[in-house]
Design a protein around this ligand. Sequence first.
Ligand code: NDP
Length: 485
Amino acid sequence: MTHPAQPKASHFINGAYVEDTAGTPIPVIYAATGEQIATVYAATPTIVEQALSTAKAAQKEWAKMTGTERGRILRRAADIMRDRNHDLSVLETYDTGKPLQETLVADATSGADALEYFGGLAASLTGEHIPLGEDWVYTKREALGLCVGIGAWNYPTQIACWKGAPALACGNSMVFKPSETTPLCALKVAEILIEAGAPAGIFNVVQGMGEVGGALVTDPRVDKVSLTGSVPTGKKVYAAAAAGMKHVTMELGGKSPLIIFDDADIDNAVGGAINGNFYSSGQVCSNGTRVFVQKGIKEKFLARLAERTGNAILGDPMDEATSFGPMVTENQMNIVLGYIEKGKEEGARVICGGARADMDGYYIQPTVFADVTDEMTIAREEIFGPVMSVLDFETEEEVVARANDTEFGLSAGVFTKDFTRAHRVIGNLEAGSCFINSYNDAPVEAPFGGVKASGVGRENSKEAIKHFSQVKSVYVRMGDVEAAF
Ligand code: NDP
């Protein structure tokens, strides 16, 4: 019997599924059971070539369409995604192991938001008229050309749409490579775009590991690379793109601070810390994993946090009552368990969790460490799992300096009732995506991305348009040309 998650084929090129079993087989494992639910094959050089040449050929005609026409297709795709939200959410759960309770509201829905938002913007991408006496300059916002998208494994549908929607709205084509760990969902995005009326070849999906990504990034036909991944991968991909003078967007990792002052509403702050550490079992780049709590409320905060974390329901991700799923792979589980051991060895105090959950699948208990100090490994390195580090602080000045003492700069949050302080602290934090009395909201209307080692460029919002288009300026002379000879 074929599993419902088994894709029709591994790749989607020129408007159709394509298979090439000569590629390395990639097993797709359902994280909740360890069962193999599908197999895809890494793209061979022939497949990579087909995808790139198709995308290159399709782009010019796509860019010639009006923004209104392109936008209509994207908005139709958004409607189809919303109509199929349940099936797409089940697939997302198979791909990642994230509970259906989450995927029903966070994945195809946010992908659809991106398609709708950038579909709406497509017709508004105009230039400027710059008068210069009798002469003038006009500008045009043009597509970059052929874009490559490379995704991480935590939000496979959302990442494909966050990259694909703005790229296509601007008149680019895309070849998208999902993470080898979660290869299924992007294929559905490609299928839906075709169903919505997109011309064949403007959004293609190829599978594979880093070397397939490498082949895409170094191809001279590629004009832009947008990567979501870790900082080490980002450095490699950025360097490879620079060698070809390509545009880049880098959405990378973080070790973001969440600062809770003693005047904060404790339950809201605890809610923010839970959302910023345990959603998607902690596999979220922008998580506020360094939770700085002002000394006066520390024990009260920890007690309430432990109580509420105890309410997490670990279980079958397909059961909508389940609120906490497994790690995406056995390997990721072992990496996170290694960090938990390190935290214990280095003297942090376990408030709750601290071990693998006693059940099948790659589950780790939601874990809170208190008495964490700035030097501990768990406070310095991105863990990408359900491990919250709580650190104490006394003054605003001190906490801002400690919060900024990291190579990362993706996100930051502050909980306080003092609004002057909230804005001042956020103003002083080195981070791209910030929150006041909230954490981890990522509406498509807001720019998203990091500073320092956490990234380059922004996704979502009108900012993303700037990163998927370029400006041509045209000087128009009305009179005669003066020349020296
Ligand atoms: P990786 O950096 O390991 O991989 C990211 C993608 O890059 C994968 O598709 C990977 O392929 C591919 N890749 C790896 N090496 C190369 C290479 N040399 N050239 C081209 N492509 C390559 O990240 P993970 O998948 O492990 O995802 C977790 C990381 O992603 C975390 O650090 C997290 O913070 C970050 N992230 C950032 C987000 C943001 O928006 N800022 C959002 C989500 C996650 P493969 O894995 O198949 O080998």
